[in-house]
Ligand binder design. Structure first.
Ligand code: FAD
Length: 525
């Protein structure tokens, strides 16, 4: 017999087969020693009630041999002589586009402005020591894109974004832990992501594709409304039948390039705000309904809040339990923060973006810049925070209670942000339409989660790069730019994804449509 059964267990019972084997046996009406194998197929935490439970779905085999776990194999055959496709950007969108192109018999040439991941690590370390920003190699630019030194959460708010399971399998194939296939909220962690990304690069190279680092696209070759290739910063022309443009939302120069060339762009709604950080123990106590921390068996707790204030969404974004706040700017005179965590999520801090929905009509005088107004507004707020920070990447910060009450903090609690903080009146510095909505949002979240609105927490400015304020419009069927044949705007920077998983899946979709056009056939998804 083999059967899948659902168990509702205490965290300790769920922590080891030793504990739950007898419970499975009881449910199946057999002796524990008759169970020949158990395999967890789904795991989630239910913390809605005072007693926290772990929901475990396990496949149990009784008195029969356990089959070898299905291994996921991918068809990466050699494509070195196949038609070439340029993929600009080696973030999740670009890398997954490249892998899918190979599966479909096309040869990707990935060009990436930043460095390969090991070299990139050194630049990120310098940035954290406040020893200078490399505008081409930082938390946003370089191999793996913004997804490398990230929290590595691998889920999307929307479930309509394609085949998440295959995306997770591809990551496992390249070295990610198999747990991501069973956890409801899969997470890799920044300590494990670089190795996975290197393995993806190796797959591309082994299949005959190319990955060119320190290679920035500075121009697109377009003739008769059809893309012919790209020109790099060193003036080299790389020609190809198609270009997948997966440059992320921090590549402002790419939006300016497209705008200058008359390639249509659209203004869109996006979100920005601050990072908020609490002691992790406080969040554990709130979410697990205790005053003794999470104990030995539960992971660092997370939260998700969303509300409406004056007809705009205010919500938590990219919550990083047991994580760190990091400097995520890409240019001089910018202050941008984001969050990441290691696989064990064991820092004593819990941080999250807290952002306000910004619509194109919310940006005041910046509307005069037309389609580029959102970008200019975003940059303006980043500059304000830079000026009110201090000396390079020291970030402006305020205690959360003080932010809500509109008063300067005369001191600041400990924070995970390594470069350091300076007390600053963020409630005053941020544009009113953000600061006042954030204030009311925090009050609401404090009502829902007793203890959340506390002066032991910090707000740090600014979380401005949650999504792109600009869309690069594409045809809904072919996924090509609405006016430029062969140009496939892709991922978060194009406005079609938000996060690692959805950007990667969008990359796959672009590769599929592109292959269908090149080979004049429909490819099934
Ligand atoms: P990107 O990842 O931004 O990649 C774009 C790539 O294009 C970059 O490598 C860039 O260098 C390159 N590029 C840009 N311009 C050019 C050019 N002109 N020529 C050549 N190359 C160029 N998302 C999650 O889902 N979960 C998380 O836990 C999470 N944590 C995050 C933590 C941090 C610190 C940050 C910064 C982001 C985090 N994100 C997270 C967001 C996630 O990383 C992005 O949504 C995702 O990486 C977007 O993928 P993308 O491929 O569209 O773009």
């Amino acid at each position: 017999m083999n059967k899948e059964i659902a168990l509702r267990l205490t965290p300790q019972e769920a922590s080891s087969e030793v504990f739950y084997r007898p419970l499975v046996a009881k449910q199946l009406g057999v002796r524990p020693d008759e169970i020949t194998g158990l395999r967890v197929v789904r795991r989630s935490i239910d913390a809605r009630q005072k007693q926290v439970f772990v929901q475990l779905h396990v496949q149990a085999w009784v008195n029969e041999a356990v089959p070898v776990a299905e291994t996921f194999t991918l068809g990466y055959s050699n494509v070195s002589t196949a038609p070439r496709v340029i993929v600009v950007g080696a973030g999740p969108g670009g890398l997954f586009a490249a892998l899918r192109l190979i599966e479909l018999g096309l040869c990707p040439v990935v060009i990436e402005r930043g460095k390969e991941v090991s070299e990139r690590k050194k630049d990120v370390a310098l940035l954290n020591r406040n020893q200078g920003l490399n505008p081409e190699s930082n938390y946003a630019f370089g191999e793996g894109g913004a997804g490398t030194f990230s929290d590595g959460k691998l889920y999307t708010r929307s479930h309509k974004r394609g085949d998440i399971h295959k995306f997770l399998q591809v990551l496992c194939f390249h070295g990610a832990d198999g747990d991501i296939l069973v956890d409801t909220h899969p997470h890799v962690g920044t300590d494990k992501l670089p190795a996975v990304i290197k393995n993806i690069r190796q797959t591309i190279l082994d299949a005959g594709g190319q990955v060119l680092f320190n290679t920035r696209m500075d121009d697109l070759l377009i003739d008769d409304n059809t893309v012919q290739g790209v020109v790099t910063a060193t003036g080299d022309r790389i020609e190809a039948q198609a270009v997948i443009l997966a440059t992320g939302h921090s590549a402002r120069d790419v939006y300016h390039l497209l705008h200058r060339k008359g390639v249509a762009l659209e203004a869109k709604t996006w979100a920005m705000g601050v990072r908020v950080e609490h002691p992790q123990e406080l969040i554990d106590n709130i979410q697990y309904h205790t005053n003794q921390g999470r104990g030995s068996y539960l992971p660092a707790a997370s939260y998700s809040f969303t509300t409406q204030v004056q007809e705009r969404g205010v919500y938590s974004f990219c919550m990083c339990p047991g994580g760190f706040i990091v400097p995520a700017m890409t240019g001089p005179d910018e202050m941008v923060v984001n969050g990441m965590s290691a696989s064990r999520r064991n820092s004593p801090f819990a941080n999250s973006g807290m952002v306000v929905e910004i619509r194109p009509e919310d940006i005041g005088e910046f509307q005069n810049h037309g389609v580029m107004g959102g970008l200019m507004f975003q940059q303006h707020v980043e500059r304000l925070c830079y000026i009110n920070g201090g000396n390079g990447v020291i970030a402006p910060a305020q205690r959360l209670g003080d932010f809500v009450k509109g008063r300067l903090s005369f001191d600041l609690p400990d924070c995970s942000y390594v470069p350091g903080l300076v007390a600053s009146p963020l409630h005053f510095i941020l544009p009113d339409n953000m600061a006042l909505r954030l204030r009311d949002g925090f009050k609401q979240f404090g009502k829902w989660a007793d203890g959340f609105l506390t002066n032991d927490a910090l707000v740090v400015g600014t979380e401005s790069r949650t999504s792109a304020p600009v869309r690069i419009p594409r045809n809904a069927d072919t996924l090509q730019h609405i006016h430029v044949n062969g140009l496939f705007p892709c991922g978060e920077g194009a406005g079609y994804a938000g996060g690692i998983a959805s950007s990667a899946i969008d990359g796959e979709k672009c590769a599929e449509r592109l292959a269908a056009i090149i080979f004049h056939k429909e490819i099934s998804e």
